[in-house]
Design a binder for this molecule. Structure first.
Ligand code: CP
Ligand code: NVA
Length: 301
């Protein structure tokens, strides 16, 4: 039966460990011919730099091809139903990576496609980001189990996927968010259930300074995600105390690494000095998207 990657919980701990070692091998090898004759369709409802380029380069470096379908090209669910798009694509291509607004859209594509469908970001999750980020953590800290990642800011799609991945891998996850912008309760419950078996500790904070004490990783993301542009000004006020800056990094009282999925809004959720600091690994994260997505396609294909 075909396997999709829609949620970060779609891979078990053992599968993730295998995925990371495959990604590390592919990172060393660079080029191969595993995808010769295969095609990936990128179905995007939202803009992208990293995801579009890394999926495309991942295919090119593995001998395959890519068809990019921009938001206006397909008009998912308007020109044609999501299910029909999934059924048609299955007759021509070997993989679909979809970036959608509603999470249900990428789920519906997967349910109706006979080929693997990969979530390239939805309003609820960004599993490729979280997997690539934990690969980066493993490279930088030498392990993932038992480390503590502290997410500062909005309980958004990236936070949801990091939370689930941390729980699966047995990494501790903390999040500090302003009231009303906390992480989704359903994801929290799911992660807590998973954590019972893996020993991951999950903690919620309202004070970012409390949250970062003794952490290994400080992670942040934009305050207004794609689709929330109209709320951006309001959110700037709500999140003003949740900026990752020198004072906050120093409050960790530890040698931390700083992470951000990018794109960053310098001077908002993170200051430029921290984004560009020697302990910021944001470009390693961006690079690892290439290697992890190669591994994901190899695995699902
Ligand atoms: N981090 C990430 O997914 O970046 P893009 O939105 O540029 O693809
Ligand atoms: N939370 C951000 C992540 C971008 C990669 C967004 O959804 O816009």
């Amino acid at each position: 039966m075909k396997k999709d990657l829609i949620s970060s919980k779609d891979f078990t701990k053992d599968e993730l460990i295998e995925l990371f070692s495959l990604a590390k091998r592919l990172k060393k090898e660079g080029y191969n011919e595993v995808m010769r004759g295969k095609t990936l369709a990128l179905v995007f409802e939202k803009p992208s730099l990293r995801t579009r380029v890394t999926f495309s380069v991942a295919m090119f470096q593995s001998g395959g091809s890519v068809v990019y379908l921009a938001p206006a090209d397909i008009q998912l669910g308007k020109r044609e139903s999501v299910a029909d798009v999934g059924r048609n694509l299955s007759r021509w291509v070997d993989f679909v990576a979809a970036r959608t607004f509603a999470h249900s859209t990428v789920m519906e594509l997967a349910e109706n496609a006979s080929i693997p469908v990969i979530n390239a970001l939805s309003d609820l999750e960004h599993p490729c980001q979280a997997y690539g980020d934990f690969l980066t953590i493993e490279e930088k800290l030498g392990r993932v189990e038992g480390i503590t990642l502290t997410f500062i800011g909005d309980g958004n799609n990236v936070a949801n996927s990091l939370l689930l991945t941390a729980a699966i891998l047995g990494a501790n996850f903390r999040i500090a968010s302003p009231a009303g912008y906390e992480i989704n309760g359903k994801f929290l419950m799911e992660a807590q259930n998973i954590a019972k078996n893996t020993g991951a500790k999950i903690e919620l904070f309202n004070d970012p300074f409390e949250a970062v004490k003794g952490t290994d990783v400080i992670y942040t993301d934009v305050w207004a995600s794609m689709g929330q542009e109209a709320e951006a000004e309001k959110r700037k006020k709500v999140f003003s105390k949740f900026q990752v800056n020198r004072k906050l990094v120093e409050a960790s009282d530890k040698d931390v690494i700083v992470m951000h999925c990018l794109p960053a809004h310098r001077g908002e959720e993170i200051t430029s000095d921290i984004l560009d600091a020697s302990y910021s690994v944001v470009l390693d994260e961006a690079e690892n998207r290439l290697h992890i997505q190669k591994a994901i396609m190899h695995y699902l294909g």
